[in-house]
Design a protein around this ligand. Structure first.
Ligand SMILES: Nc1ncnc2c1ncn2[C@@H]1O[C@H](COP(=O)(O)OP(=O)(O)OP(=O)(O)O)[C@@H](O)[C@H]1O
Ligand SMILES: [Mg+2]
Length: 254
């Protein structure tokens, strides 16, 4: 057992992309720890290295320096305890909604009956039971992302990574999905790490916000968000909320 309550730790994490045209440093010596059950948001300017950090944490990219610890043990690649929601849902168009949600369980060899029940349960959690047999092309953008969230949660990960998952949605749908995400996060007792460049979204969701520098990303500031929970959209009109968004905006511009 780990001696601390950190579920995920990045230690002096670095990533340099290399190709024939040269080397491009994307992440520069980043260290941070995430506690079990925390909701961490990572914000930063466009192109600073946010997606790269998330892909490193997901085990989808190899780091060039430092290390990532999952429950105190080095992360070597994709891990069942960690799942990801990307900006694009990446649903398979030839599979029904239910079969898209089933996919991770099939990959992990869950018995068919159990897998189907679980997939159905997670579709219910995102309010899409009625669309189980529909195909992705019949879904709105918001519904597609709900399916992507169900697909990410169905394997019972301990950590949910999100890369601007609702970035392509209109602001009303986006707020709705953020609030749904908050209640899933609470019910599932999961640890969430979301990358976004939307400051209001970060403050609405997070316990703590990391502000990144321009590329290569390093941690510029860490801002705790001590707003009460459960949160609703109305919180955005409070003085504390506005102060925090202002602080973060200033940090990003600095
Ligand atoms: N696979 C790759 N190979 C080479 N360079 C890459 C690769 N992925 C990202 N980069 C470069 O790394 C830098 C950081 O990219 P990244 O996508 O992590 O930024 P970001 O903060 O997520 O950007 P955005 O705000 O646009 O989402 C960019 O300069 C990008 O061109
Ligand atoms: Mg990105």
């Amino acid at each position: 057992m780990s001696i601390n309550s950190f579920i995920l730790e990045a230690k002096n994490l670095g990533k340099v992309f290399s190709d024939s045209s040269g080397k491009l440093p994307a992440v520069n010596n980043i260290s941070f720890s995430v506690s079990k059950g925390e909701f961490l948001c990572i914000v930063g300017p466009s192109g600073c290295g946010k997606t790269t950090i998330l892909q490193l944490l997901a085990g989808l990219l190899d780091n060039t320096s430092g290390e990532i610890l999952l429950g105190g043990k080095p992360l070597k690649g994709p891990h069942r305890d960690i799942s990801v929601v990307f900006q694009k849902s990446n649903l398979m168009p030839w599979r029904s909604v239910l079969k898209n949600v089933l996919l991770p369980l099939q990959i992990y060899g869950t018995p068919a009956k159990e897998a189907k029940e679980k997939a159905g349960l997670y579709l219910e959690k995102v309010g899409l039971s009625e669309f189980a047999n529909a195909y992705p092309k019949a879904l709105s953008g918001g519904m597609e992302q709900r399916v992507a969230v169900a697909r990410a949660l169905v394997q019972n990960p301990r950590i949910l990574l999100l890369d601007e998952p609702f970035g392509a949605l209109d602001s009303f749908t986006r707020e709705q999905l953020n609030l749904e995400l908050l209640s899933l996060w609470r019910d599932q007792n999961i640890t969430a790490i979301m990358v976004t460049h939307n400051i209001r979204e970060a403050v609405l969701l997070a316990d703590r916000v990391l502000v990144l520098s321009p590329r290569p990303a390093s941690i510029y500031r860490e801002i705790p968000v001590n707003l009460p929970r459960p949160r609703t959209g109305d919180i955005e009109y409070t003085r504390e909320f506005v102060d925090l968004t202002y602080q973060i905006r200033k940090a990003i511009k600095a």
